[in-house]
Design a protein around this ligand. Structure first.
Ligand SMILES: [Zn+2]
Ligand SMILES: [Zn+2]
Length: 328
């Protein structure tokens, strides 16, 4: 048997269910979950802000575990091996996006913990071609946030370009990982938190931010780029105002409240505004190789699997520093 925290209808509490252990199909693996991170996207799924989830659904797409079963045709993975399962669960391989190296935009994808069952569970089944071996050091729970906050953060960071003055709006799981990478790479990190959230600002400074302040403040220097991780559309004009001519503003989240109208002068002078969708497997391989070399250390709060609702509530209310991780 396996245990899972399940979403049975949107906008309701997850419920703990026991069900038979699934058998991995062709090309799939069974994963014994040892840790699963809690991502803001899980909140958007549970809160009904993302359309048409699989129901009932096991949320969770920052899975670390051990390979516990191999489906037919799976090669290159061994029972007992440590593995990570990210948000991108499957792509078609033949649509115009997949065939041009942009599988993150696949027309018919599957997403872990959204359109296929995820890791708020003791076990999960995953497509072997979309899993990543996690060799080396690091506790399972500390690695879990790398699987989405890290990966989507990394894709956002690359899209932000090479400039040295970087702004991060919303200093949660993704920003606290990205800040460490950016500092190692010699960037000057400016962290924008909720106004008057001195604890979050101090956390950002402790990770090497040269400046931390409220999102209603202007940074002490014009930014080359800003990444918005908070799901708050009102930050878009603020971030555009904070970047220099030719600067970039990258929206890193999957859902955002409406963006208020703003004067064209904020976009003028070749400022760029773009969003990041999902990840490619190339992003994952690149970042999962780089994170240990950069010495990324996540700050996590562990919750038992059965306390998934409390973890989601703490994330929703901004009571977390770093990332929440469920341990079955
Ligand atoms: Zn495709
Ligand atoms: Zn995520």
């Amino acid at each position: 048997m396996m245990r899972a925290m399940m979403l049975e209808t949107p906008r309701s509490r997850l419920v703990l269910r026991e069900r038979p252990l699934p058998a991995p199909g062709p090309g799939e693996i069974l994963v014994a979950v040892t840790a699963c991170g809690v991502c803001r996207t899980d909140l958007h799924v549970v809160d009904g802000e993302l359309p048409d989830p699989k129901l009932p659904l096991v949320p969770g797409h920052e899975i670390v575990g051990r390979v516990a079963g191999l489906g037919a045709g799976v090669a290159g993975l061994a029972i007992g091996q440590r593995i990570g399962v990210p948000w991108l669960g499957h792509t078609c391989g033949i649509c115009p996006y997949c065939s041009t190296g942009r599988e993150n935009l696949c027309d018919v994808p599957l997403f872990t913990g959204y359109t296929r069952d995820g890791g708020y569970a003791s076990h999960a089944v995953a497509d072997a071609n979309y899993c990543f071996p996690l060799p080396g050091a690091g506790e399972d729970a500390e690695l879990a946030p790398l699987l989405c906050a890290g990966l989507i953060g990394w894709r956002s960071y690359r899209m932000a370009g090479e400039g040295s003055a970087l702004g991060l709006y919303g200093f949660g799981a993704a920003a606290h990982i990205l800040a460490q990478v950016a500092v190692v790479q010699g960037r000057r990190v400016h962290a924008f938190t909720r106004p008057d959230d001195e604890a979050a600002a101090a956390f950002a400074r402790s990770l090497g931010a040269v400046w931390a302040g409220g999102s209603d403040q202007m940074p002490p220097e014009p930014l080359d780029a800003a990444i918005i991780f908070a799901p708050v559309g009102a930050l878009v004009p603020l971030a555009l105002k904070a970047v220099r001519k030719g600067g970039r503003v990258v929206c890193g989240g999957i859902h955002m409240s409406d963006i208020p109208s703003f004067p064209y002068v904020l976009l003028w002078e070749e400022r760029h505004l773009l969003s990041i969708a999902n990840l490619t497997r190339a992003d994952a391989r690149e970042f999962l190789g780089l994170a240990p070399r950069a010495g990324v250390k996540t700050q996590i709060t562990r919750y038992p699997l059965a306390a998934a609702n409390e973890a989601l509530a703490d994330l929703r209310e901004g009571r977390l520093q770093g990332a929440a991780v469920l341990v079955p």
